[in-house]
Each structure stands twice: as C-alpha cells, then as structure tokens.
Design a protein around this ligand. Structure first.
Ligand code: ADP
Length: 454
C-alpha cells in the first residue's frame, strides 16, 4: 500500500474511532464533534512531525535524526541518504583539491593564481620565496602592490604574455616569469629560477672566448711566420729557425685541442664502473719514465736535472689496484707529476708517494720544491684556463687545462684533490681515493671491511 493511502487510512480510522465513540456517548452531534476533534488532533500531530523534520534539515546535524512516523520517517531517511551522498562527494572533491594543492606545492617552480583584478588567490611556497610573499598574510592582495617591480607591472599592463619576462627575484635570483590566462580573466603566474642556467650560459660564453683567445695567439704568430717566409729572402739557417718556431706554435695548438678533447670526453662519457682494475705500480712506472724524459727536456745544458723520488715497486701498498678507467687515472697522475716538474726549477725535488690508509682508502701525494702558490689562487687553480704563472705555463707547453682535467677525472672516480702550498717552499698535490676504488691482494689487505679483495 502506498504511503499516501496509508496516511489517508490513518486519518479515516482516527475519525471513525473517535466519531463512533462520540456517537455512542452523545448521539450524532457528539459523533460530529468527535470527528472534527480527530481531524484536528491528526493535523496537529502531522504538523508537529513536519516541524521536527524541518528543524532537523535546518540544523545541518545529520547524525541527530529525529524519531518520526509514517511518511515523515521515510522522508527523513531519504533526506539523510541524499545528504550523506552529497557530503561524501563534497569530501572527495575537497580531497582532490587538497591533493592538487599539495602537488602544486611540490612544484620546483613558483606558482601564483591571480583573480581578474590581479589579486592573489593562492600561491605555493616556491613563489613565496621568489617574490618575498607570505601566503597567510598576502592572499587577496594585488600582486602589483606587493611586488613593486616596474618590469612586472609593465608586463601585466601590456597584456601580451606570449614571451616570459626576465626579472630579479626578492633573494637576488634571476627569474623567468610568465602569465598564463585561464578561466574568466584569471591568470596563472609561473616563475622559474634560471640563475643556474644563466650562470652556465655565462660560463659557456667565457669558455668559448678563452678557447678563441688561446688559439688566436699561436695562430697569429704562425701566420706572421708564413708571411715572412713568403716575402723575405732568407738563408737556410734562418729558414730552419722560422720553421722550428712555427712547429712550436703548431704544437701549442695541438696540445690545446688534445686537452679540449680530453675534457669533452670526460664530460660526455658514462661514469667509471668498478670492473676495470689498473695497477698502481704500472701507472707510476709509466709516469716515472715520462717524468725523466720531461726533466731532460726542461733542463738546459749544464743545469742539474730534477731529483725524482718515486716509490719502489715493492714499497708498501704498491701492489694495490685502482678500480676505474685507466686513461683517466693515468692522465690525472701524469698531469700532477708533469706540473710539479714544469714549475720546479732544475735541481729541485719532485717526490711521489702512494699511501694506503687503515680505513682502506688511499692517497697519492705529489710534492715539489717549486716556487709555491699564493693562498689566494689555490681555490681557483682547477678552473679552466686559470693560470698563476702565465709565462712559465706557456714556456713549458701548458694549456691552462691540466688541473681542470685532473679534477674532472678524479671527481668521476669519487676521489678528491687537495692542494697545499707555501710560497717559496713548494707545493703538495694530494689525491684521496675512497676505499671502494681500491683493490688489494689478500696479503696486503689492511684491517677494515671496505676492501675489495683480488
Ligand atoms: P697549465 O697548463 O698552465 O700548467 P694547469 O691547469 O695545469 O695549467 O695549472 C694551473 C696553474 O696552476 C698553472 O698555470 C700554474 O700557475 C699553477 N700550478 C700548477 N701546478 C703547480 C705547481 N706544482 N707549482 C706551482 N704552480 C702550479
């Protein structure tokens, strides 16, 4: 039976019962009054229930459902179900919004949502840092009032947002800012910190300028000699002398190109693995042969040669192996030893030491009794083309890239270069290798869990 029928039936039943009772007590007048009374009572009870339902709906407290009867009970149950479903979907929507805001907070870029008047509706922490904002304090404020940058103001007023704007952020960072319209007159402001990019670009420009400068000098000299040879009548001795000088300049350019290629190979190749093992003795023996040859070249006739002190092949730790790329390790060791010779006057001492530490790490030390380096230069020595002694560097065939190559090759092996020097006393270039790059034969193994055994 439908709810409405049941409702009608209740009313009729109430009227019939009370009407019958009234008729039995006072005849038809009593019956009429009783029917009217029953109708009024029914209406009162019904209105009271409607009122309770209404108050409950107004209160918004879903859990406190009133106890109702009949149609009102069913209405309250349906209303409750409907409100519950609405509440759940509102909660889900709220969670989605929160999730999106958290994702936007995690963005490495600064994000600001602006309304149609340019007022901040929301911003993430990165944007707070970029523009010196505080979300709690600044929401609802016009961005133009808070960030008083004429370039940003002009960008906003012009309304052409097809290209990003480059401006300085509140902490001196270089920002690339772009506005993206969305919704009705609203904008998303996207700010990227491009300081590192700009710095890299500046370094690239400086590098290209340096390379051009390094090549231009020997090239100019070479062109000059070619013109001389073409235009002047020279005897054989003069011709030979000019050709020798031209050869030196060509060699200088060749060294430069070789070092540039080495650097670019170091930058472009994958990091060294641990499968290739290079014997320390083998590297140092090769370096010693090269060092003796170089010393002979550097010392003029009559001068005392350098004193070279290399560890004997049976010295402690010399049976160790280095795990990494052979050419890179040889290049790093050889550059340090070559530098020690080139900057140490003839007769001076160049001492090479290989030291195994108790924690399994190892150290290569190249000590010289050369002129030493002023402390102010030490931190910059590994920069490309940074030279302290320009003339000595050029005279001895230096390219200014040697220590940059050393640093790069060592970094790739997890090793660290340390430079100590005292003016007039000499320098010590030390390379620290971590234990994971050292492999020892069983018998040489020092205590410590980090050794890789042969
Ligand atoms: P270069 O090819 O000019 O030697 P490097 O990058 O190898 O370039 O070295 C950078 C600079 O560091 C050198 O120009 C030189 O002034 C200084 N230097 C390097 N090694 C030594 C050393 N053992 N003693 C003194 N100065 C050194």
């Amino acid at each position: 039976m439908s709810m409405l029928w049941r409702r009608g039936l209740t009313l009729v039943l109430a009227q019939a019962v009370l009407g019958g009772l009234g008729g039995w007590l006072s005849g038809w007048v009593g019956a009429l009054v009783a029917v009217l009374l029953a109708s009024w009572l029914w209406l009162l009870w019904d209105s009271w229930q409607a009122g309770r339902l209404w108050r409950w709906l107004q209160s918004g407290h879903l859990s406190a459902v009133p106890h109702l009867h009949g149609l009102w009970s069913q209405l309250s149950a349906s209303a409750r179900r409907w409100l519950r479903a609405k509440e759940r979907s509102a909660q889900a929507a709220q969670q989605r919004v929160q999730g999106m805001l958290h994702a936007l907070q995690a963005s490495p870029n600064g994000l600001i949502l602006l309304d149609e008047h340019g007022q901040i509706e929301w911003c993430n922490r990165m944007a707070e840092g970029h523009f010196g904002l505080q979300a709690e304090r600044d929401l609802g404020q016009a961005l133009g009032h808070l960030v008083r940058d004429p370039a940003l103001l002009a960008y906003w007023q012009e309304g052409d947002f097809s290209e990003p704007l480059s401006m300085e952020g509140s902490q001196g960072a270089r920002l690339s800012v772009q506005l993206h319209p969305y919704g009705a007159g609203r904008h998303l402001l996207l700010a990227r910190d491009v300081s590192a990019l700009e710095q890299a670009e500046a370094m690239r420009r400086e590098f290209v300028a340096n390379v051009s400068h390094e090549i231009r000098t020997p090239l100019t000299v070479l062109v000059g000699f070619v013109e001389t040879l073409q235009t002047l009548e020279l005897d054989e001795a003069q011709r030979q002398r000019y050709l020798e000088l031209m050869g030196q300049q060509a060699q200088r350019m060749q060294h430069l190109v070789q070092d540039l290629l080495t650097l670019s190979r170091l930058e472009g190749s994958p990091l060294p693995g641990y499968h290739e093992a290079v014997g320390v003795t083998a590297i140092l023996q090769q370096c010693e042969v090269e060092a003796r040859a170089l010393s002979r070249l550097l010392c003029k006739p009559g001068e005392q040669p350098h004193q070279l002190d290399f560890p004997a092949p049976d010295a402690p730790g010399m049976r160790a192996q280095l795990l990494g790329v052979q050419v890179e390790l040889v290049s790093a060791f050889s550059n340090l030893i070559t530098n020690a010779l080139r900057y140490t006057p003839s007769g001076g001492l160049v001492q090479v030491r290989w030291l195994l530490q108790s924690d399994g790490s190892a150290q290569l030390q190249v000590r010289d009794t050369g002129p030493g380096i002023e402390p102010a230069h030490l931190a910059r020595l590994t920069e490309r083309f940074y030279r302290v002694d320009h003339s000595r560097s050029r005279e001895t065939g230096g390219t200014g890239l040697g220590l940059a190559i050393v640093k790069h090759a060592l970094q790739r092996h997890g090793a660290r270069l340390q430079i100590e020097s005292q003016l007039g006393q000499g320098s010590v270039f030390s390379v620290h290798f971590p234990a994971r790059r050292i492999r020892l034969p069983e018998t040489d193994a020092l205590s410590g869990p980090q050794h890789t055994k042969l």
